[in-house]
Design a protein around this ligand. Structure first.
Ligand code: GSH
Length: 203
């Protein structure tokens, strides 16, 4: 059994957990909750960076980065579904995929700041991330019609859905306001069993 270290609320780990379900790998990967962001966590002996997701492969070698882990798992059966097209056709989907990662990165900083005790939160960071999110969400409202987001399932779609699922946990974000196309895309995508099955408990 491979081991995948996660936290239930991590949008990065959720992308990988979706790939596991989409590729029917649940019987090959044990999901383990990692105690992250704690002083002297025993998890730091397993993964020195302390981050999730983290995959310990069958050969004992371990790796981090959601995109890398997703690609590795996708290739296990020798029938990869989520590779980007070879050659120059691959740049456009990669460009869109990077926008989805950028959205997650901002939400992750924002929600991390909100998870601190109120007197430890930086108003500057909160305002910066709120403004970044607003700009990126407007960009996504105008990008969601892109063929990469409307075509067969891919990692950009899974990453965006996990980003927006995470935004639902930041009430101040109100990401749906004024973004009807993005909200409609998300509501349709959220019906996928792999998305529903990987939801974190509400805060
Ligand atoms: N670029 C990494 C980001 C992973 C990441 O930042 N994960 C967060 C959880 S959402 C984490 O593990 N944080 C723990 C910490 O900061 O110590 C990926 O795509 O996997």
């Amino acid at each position: 059994m491979m081991k995948l270290y996660i936290t239930p609320g991590s949008p990065y780990a959720r992308t990988v957990r979706m790939v596991i379900l989409e590729k029917n790998l649940a019987n090959r990967v044990e999901i383990i909750l990692a105690p992250t962001r704690q002083k002297d966590s025993p998890y730091y002996k397993i993964n020195p960076s302390g981050r999730v997701p983290y995959l310990v492969r069958d050969d004992g070698v371990a790796m981090e980065e959601s995109g890398l882990i997703a690609a590795y798992l996708d290739h296990l059966d020798g029938k990869p579904q989520f590779d980007w097209p070879a050659g120059s056709a691959g740049w456009e989907p990669r460009r869109i995929d990077a926008l989805a990662h950028s959205l997650i990165d901002g939400f992750a900083v924002w929600s991390r700041e909100l998870a601190r005790a109120e007197n430890e939160r930086s108003p500057t960071t909160l305002a910066h991330e709120a403004a970044r999110a607003a700009r990126m969400l407007d960009l996504w409202e105008n990008t969601i019609d892109h063929p990469v987001m409307q075509g067969p399932l891919n990692l950009a779609q899974m990453t965006l859905s996990c980003a927006l699922g995470h935004a639902e946990r930041i009430p101040a974000c109100a990401w749906r306001n004024g973004r009807p196309k993005l909200a409609a895309w998300f509501d349709a995508f959220a019906r996928r069993p792999s998305f529903a099955a990987t939801a974190a408990a509400p805060r």
